[in-house]
Design a protein around this ligand. Sequence first.
Ligand code: BES
Ligand code: MN
Ligand code: ZN
Length: 501
Amino acid sequence: MTTLKKVSFGKLVAPKDGTVIAFVDENLAGGSFLEGLYGGTLDALGKAAEIAGFTGKMAAALDLIAPAGLDLERLIVVGLGKTDELSELDWQNLGGTVYGLAQKASADKVFIAFDLLGESAAAPENAAGFAAGMKLRSYKFDDFKTKKADEASSDPVTIQIGVADTNAAKKAWGAAEAIADGVILARDLVDQPANVLGPVEFAARAKALSKLGAEVEVLGEKEMKKLKMDALLGVSQGAVRPPRLAVMRWNGGKKSEKPVAFVGKGVVFDTGGISIKPSGGMEEMKGDMGGAATVVGVMHALAARKAKVNAIGVIGLVENMPDGNAQRPGDIVTAMSGTTIEILNTDAEGRLVLADALWYTQEKYKPAFVIDLATLTGAIIVALGHQNAGLYSNDDTIADQLKAASEVTGEGVWRMPLSKEYDKIIDTPNADVKNTGGRWAGSITAAQFLQRFIQDGTTWVHLDIAGPAFGGPKTEICQAWASGFGVRLLDRLVSDNYEGK
Ligand code: BES
Ligand code: MN
Ligand code: ZN
């Protein structure tokens, strides 16, 4: 991948050359930096703005090439609109927008002036959020490009952000960068092709979190057999490459504190198995480990910013392949919980992996809550598109906390129903439960299936992220196929509600 390597924060002093980016509000008023740059008069800017029809509205830009009277190559003036209405998310998105402008201008050296333009521009968190937006925008999956494309635009080499309080901004950047790096890690895992990233390779990427002080344990087939994880193992049995279960632990909280737990579906490739998928678009199923990628990304963020929380990440890593040894429709397996499952469709495999991963997590860690993430159903994409994940929960408090975190991070969630009427659909005369409820309410019956593996008293959330995890529209902060959806959401859930409490 390629990503912005370094952002430095320094004083609000104009550089002698390169590109300067400065903000103005809806009245085209800049702060004292911009006024100083123009020797106290903004007349030149006013004239250019008028000709270009630039009004200073949010995220609009006025690109002044070789501005008269200055040695700079470029001065890009960016509108903030009404400066008192800017949210944290606005600043992050603006960072993405500005990175895009710098690319388009092929600017090598960029200085961004966080001029004292109201409280919002002065807040160090906003400068850090802006830098995070730049970094997220810069992510590109290009590992397999052997030649650099002859592009009209190019990435900036150095980025400097001028702020009023350098130390405060650097401190805020520490946490913001940890989170952005978690998102980028999740994206990279999702973007990697399945021939390169099998269960073993994925587990090794999880293991690398130990560099940040996390404890990582990887279970192989033998250990999983001993634990009687036959639901997970059944999915994997048609694959040549062996399965893994990776367990990541970050102990940043008090010893006595119950951990929070994240569980991810990590199907490195989903052919559908014997209930094979149609070939059109099947390549997208290299992203069927998106839930697991998000869990690794969140664990990275928590460990890298030394969050004051105890957190567990558990990911079930398998490949769903058709083969002489593959699971058949009609097979009945016994999950680790003892529940028997009739497999009616081998393409409904994610829930089988999660059934055992969820049970293991509850048995072993008795977590304060467990949130599972999975690219679980096509049905949720039909319902919510790429804009929202389906949220299912047995607890209104955590559902509301997630909704609040969703609003600040801009990572959409929409609550979906659970009920006995839906649960009934997955009853079968042949076993305790069947692994598909058919076409109608497909995402809901998948969630009902998971709930059969949630113990009494466990606070549980299921996020069906099949829509937002990959393939959505490009945004100010994501130009890639994989979005890393959920890393910022869950990190925020933790920092707002479960840290140092
Ligand atoms: N991995 C898929 C769901 C999916 C589809 C994710 C498209 C992202 C994009 C999942 O394993 C699956 O195949 N689900 C089936 C379930 C059905 C057989 C009950 C589906 O949604 O069609
Ligand atoms: Mn499937
Ligand atoms: Zn799948």
